[in-house]
Design a protein around this ligand. Structure first.
Ligand code: FNR
Length: 351
């Protein structure tokens, strides 16, 4: 119990201090086309977007990060206040620690107190879902009075963590039965290794409400776990440093994953290495409904309300300028805008 909670703090500390990003999400290989006669008013651009029946102020989604240790409460508090102020969707981090130890529920529950009307997304791992069933899923959603549940897939991290779950059997069936029984929408998300087309089709077939690409090119769990193992004094952790390092380049880049996942027909959140409002616009033009960011919001949230607000305002301004220059007065128009994909991030193999 204690281990799950203190691991959460390790992750926050490492992500706020160390270099944990790896690879190229692919946005540089995507071009939006400049519209020299945009015929719209930049001051009147509407970034509002509908997703799972909720109207959001913009496609920026605050991706799942934290909770589960008393010192993370303040981070969730700041993120939730920003979600409320800007009418953004927000995910909390894995709620496993609080499901194991109810004393920690407040580290997550704080988000609903701070964001009474925002779209909030609960979070559990697919392994916890398989092992504890819908009971844990329901408790996770109730804990934050969530609007949806994200089930995260993180087998790269599990494989590299000394305390990880290495048996993935039965997860697909657990997902399908959750989607059938749950009274809330289920979003299936990766956490940095991306989702391929065939996996997206299985997820859609299981009855999920949406998919989050969680692609490669942003925060890398191989990097984070390699740093954690490197800090450990236990001999058995030493070989995990090199295991993490060898898998630094594993995974499907976000843009590639997005192109793979969109044809499955579900609403999509593009996450993983989204770093600017221009990236957000590219994701939407490629078919995403929302664009998620985790790491870029962590240090601003740690600094406080003003820093986080400024960061989000800058991102939304970049998005608006991009929409203006493509002649897109609203998100529906941005979705229809033509994109050119080039560079080295081709689609996954065809056979
Ligand atoms: C995460 N992420 C994550 N995802 C999840 O489903 N459950 C979790 O508990 C966490 N925890 C977590 C902690 C921290 C510190 C970070 C930075 C990230 C993954 C996150 O939601 C996202 O998918 C990836 O980080 C990719 O996005 P970025 O960081 O490249 O914008």
């Amino acid at each position: 119990i204690h281990q799950t909670s203190s691991r959460k703090l390790d992750h926050i500390r490492i992500c706020s201090q160390d270099e944990v990003e790896q690879g190229d999400p692919g946005f540089q290989g995507v071009s939006l086309i400049h519209n020299a006669l945009p015929e719209c008013d930049m001051g009147k651009i509407d970034t509002g977007v509908r997703f799972l029946g909720h109207l959001f102020g913009s496609p920026l989604f605050i991706a799942a990060m934290t909770g589960g240790h008393p010192e993370t409460t303040v981070i969730n508090e700041q993120l939730a206040r920003a979600a409320e102020r800007f009418n953004l969707g927000m995910g909390v981090g894995s709620q496993r620690a609080a499901l194991e130890n109810p004393d920690l529920e407040g580290t997550f529950g704080v988000v609903r107190e701070m964001a009474p009307s925002a779209f909030l997304c609960a979070n559990i791992g697919v392994v916890q879902l398989r092992d504890h069933g819908i009971e844990w899923a329901d408790r996770a959603v109730e804990m934050i009075r969530g609007d949806a549940l994200a089930v995260h897939l993180n087998f790269l991290q599990e494989a590299i963590q000394p305390e990880g779950d290495h048996d993935a059997r039965g997860c697909m069936a657990a997902l399908a039965s959750l989607c059938e029984e749950a009274s809330y929408p289920v979003i299936v998300k990766e956490t940095g290794s991306g989702i391929a087309g065939e996996t997206a089709r299985r997820i859609a077939g299981a009855g999920a409400a949406a998919i989050d690409t969680g692609g490669r090119g942003g925060t890398s769990w191989a990097a984070i776990e390699a740093i954690r193992a490197d800090e450990s004094s236990r001999d058995q952790d030493r070989h995990l440093v090199s295991l993490g390092e060898e898998f630094l380049s594993w995974g499907i880049p976000t843009v590639t994953s997005l192109c793979e996942v969109v044809p499955a027909g579900l609403p999509v959140i593009a996450t993983g290495g989204v770093r600017t409002g221009i990236d957000m616009a590219k994701a939407v033009a490629l078919g995403a409904d929302l664009a998620g960011m985790a790491l870029p919001l962590l240090n601003p949230a740690l600094k406080g309300e003003e820093s986080l607000s400024n960061t989000i305002e800058r991102l939304l301004h970049q998005l608006k300028v991009t929409m203006f220059l493509t002649g897109s007065p609203d998100i529906a128009a941005l979705k229809r805008t033509r994109v050119i994909i080039s560079g080295t991030n081709g689609a996954l193999g065809v056979h």
